[in-house]
Design a protein around this ligand. Structure first.
Ligand code: 13P
Length: 249
């Protein structure tokens, strides 16, 4: 019942010339039974949405403000992302949690704003290496899930991305058993809080050093409904085989 999702987070990468990668992905995205989402930097959202028009590729933002409008210089509201052509937004990425001191409460406020504006929030969580070595992974995940997901998503879809901080950009990935343990735990916690049908409908993505070489192994793990991909989403050459591996899983 869950449609698989391959999401690309371009982070602070991409100029106008990068839009050619979206055009190149249109073919691979049309031939699979998965959703494909690209989240470019804000400056490219409108052009990316235009480049993706008529294709199976959706465009998303990488952050939004919790308020609708106001005196918040440099910030972008959820409605602005939507107006530019985005249909989703990544929230609570560990880079923002670290660089911008975003806590769970801030992420929840942003997720509420995203839902109100008609955007699908992709809420990120994950443990640091220190948390994992201290065997605190599930406690950290439970706290982030409880604090970051709005109380009442009101039947609107949300996506949870499990991204261990130590796996991001490092070339390291957790073992399939470690991923299965966290994803199974996330599904149970969602069921406990929102009921089984919401938990079964919610897509759980894995993120952190997903590459064409390891994608099939990761997508074979129970309760992995797709991936949030950083570096390997920047080119169609790397992202297309990841999308194909997800489709084949
Ligand atoms: P990498 O795939 O580059 O490790 O990044 C993962 C990530 O942070 C996606 O949001």
């Amino acid at each position: 019942m869950r449609r698989k999702l391959a999401a690309g987070n371009w982070k602070m990468h991409g100029l106008g010339e990068s839009l050619a990668q979206i055009a190149e992905l249109a073919g691979p995205a049309a031939s699979v039974d998965c959703d494909v989402l690209i989240c470019p930097p804000a400056t490219l959202i409108e052009r990316a949405a235009r480049a993706a028009m008529g294709s199976a590729i959706a465009i998303g933002g990488q952050d939004c403000h919790a308020r609708e409008t106001g005196a918040h210089t440099g910030e972008i509201s959820a409605a602005m992302l939507r107006d530019a052509g985005a249909t989703a937004v990544i929230l609570g990425h560990s880079e923002r949690r670290a660089d911008r001191a975003e806590d769970n409460r801030a992420v929840r406020g942003k997720a509420r704003a995203a839902l109100a504006a008609g955007l699908m929030p992709v809420i990120c969580l994950g443990e640091t290496l220190e948390d994992r070595e201290a065997d605190n992974t599930l406690d950290i995940i439970a706290g982030q899930l409880a604090g970051s997901v709005p109380e009442d998503p009101a039947g609107k879809p949300i996506v949870i991305a499990y991204e261990p901080v130590w796996a991001i950009g490092s070339g390291l990935t957790p073992s399939p058993d470690q991923i299965a343990r966290v994803h199974g735990f996330l599904r149970d916690r969602l069921a406990h809080r929102f009921g089984r049908s919401m938990a079964e409908a919610t897509r759980l993505l894995y993120g952190g050093s997903v590459k064409p070489e390891n994608a099939a192994t990761i997508f074979a793990v129970a309760d992995v409904d797709g991936a949030l991909v950083g570096g390997a989403s920047l080119t169609a050459r790397d992202f297309a085989p990841i999308i194909a591996a997800l489709d084949a899983a």
